[in-house]
Design a protein around this ligand. Structure first.
Ligand SMILES: Nc1nc2c(c(=O)[nH]1)N[C@H]1C(S)=C(S)[C@@H](COP(=O)(O)O)O[C@H]1N2
Ligand SMILES: [Mo]
Length: 313
């Protein structure tokens, strides 16, 4: 379905007040930060300290405290590095994250290739978001990044741009999981343009006060907190503005299990399990009730007015 190209607005009370801006940001290189990265097996490219300019006061804060950093950096889905939860933390140190560029093309007036240093130079904010995987586990993560709509403004999407596709790096020599045909590589995911432009959609460069560990999608990923985790593509090398709705990797793998929208919706069961509840890690049992839109309904429900979210799952 096509919608007008518009940037959803947040209400004035949701806008971060000036006084929560912090005074400085520092990037402390390499080895000094090695101790706190949560990486298993070490890494040549350790996470660096990254101080957001701005705290996330204006966004709905989860009632639960942030999940343990060790958990968030060792219990991962990043199939390019293996399909077990522990494989990404063990294997992702192989990913070379510098130099890194992201190609931004398609229905834009000013296509360009942007380097990682330029992305890190955007005013960065910390956003504590709920994050829920389609597998019925969830975490609360302090991400660091900036709104995708600010990146889009650089390239000036045309009126024909209706969708945005994100493509992950495909590096057989660094990603042992690419040898398995579990997905049609490279990993791609896509959003409708108004979803991408929503202020909650974050170009993410860090977490827990540091640059992203490789297993969490270094050096740049997207985070879309009201959708199942797989919509949040990692280690992005290409962003395309498209006129037609593309078919993303998970939909291609199993369309009945992974629809295009993938909004967190407790009323639509996954064919193999219920989505009514979730396991807020490290809980062992799915005792927490899953909220519609992962708790972000007040912010995003209007994007789907008139749509049947059981059909468009
Ligand atoms: N390129 C790529 N991106 C990906 C995935 C993946 O396998 N490959 N897994 C997705 C899934 S299923 C989830 S739940 C989240 C996990 O993010 P996290 O490891 O930072 O929690 O990444 C998403 N992005
Ligand atoms: Mo997931």
């Amino acid at each position: 379905m096509s919608r007008p190209f518009d940037v959803p607005r947040i209400t004035p009370s949701e806008i971060t007040p000036q006084n929560v801006w912090l005074s400085r940001r520092s990037l402390i290189a390499g080895a000094a930060a090695l101790g706190g990265t949560g990486l298993i097996g070490g890494s040549a490219q350790a996470a660096q300290i990254i101080e957001p300019l701005k705290a996330s006061k204006g966004f709905p804060s989860p009632s639960d405290p942030p999940s343990d950093k060790k958990l968030a950096t060792t219990y991962n889905n990043f199939y390019e590095f293996g399909t077990s939860k522990s494989a990404p933390a063990m294997n992702a140190h192989r990913l070379t994250v510098r130099p890194w560029t992201v190609e931004i093309v398609g229905e834009v007036s000013k296509p360009r290739t942007i380097g990682i240093e330029e992305l890190l130079a955007f005013p960065l904010e910390e956003r504590i978001y709920r994050f829920r995987c389609v597998e019925a586990w969830s975490m609360v993560v302090p991400w660091i990044g900036f709104e995708f709509n600010k990146l889009a403004a650089l390239v000036e999407p045309t009126s024909r741009a209706k969708f945005v596709r994100f493509t992950t790096a495909e590096r057989p020599s660094e990603m042992p999981g690419l040898g398995s045909p579990v997905l049609d590589w490279p990993y791609t995911e896509a959003l409708r343009i108004d979803e991408a432009m929503h202020p909650l959609t974050l170009v993410t460069l860090g977490m827990y006060g540091e640059t992203l560990p490789n297993q969490n999608g270094a050096p740049v990923r997207i985070v879309v907190p009201w959708k199942y985790g797989y919509k949040s593509a990692k280690s992005i090398v290409k962003i395309e503005f498209l006129e037609k709705q593309p078919i993303s990797s998970w939909t291609k793998a199993a369309a009945n299990e992974y629809g295009f929208y993938s909004n967190v919706n407790p009323n639509v069961d996954h064919p193999r399990w219920t989505q009514k509840r979730e396991r807020l890690l490290p809980a062992l049992f799915a005792s927490r009730e899953t909220e519609m839109f992962n708790g972000y309904g007040a912010q995003v429900a209007s994007l789907y007015a008139g749509m049947d979210l059981k059909v468009n799952h």
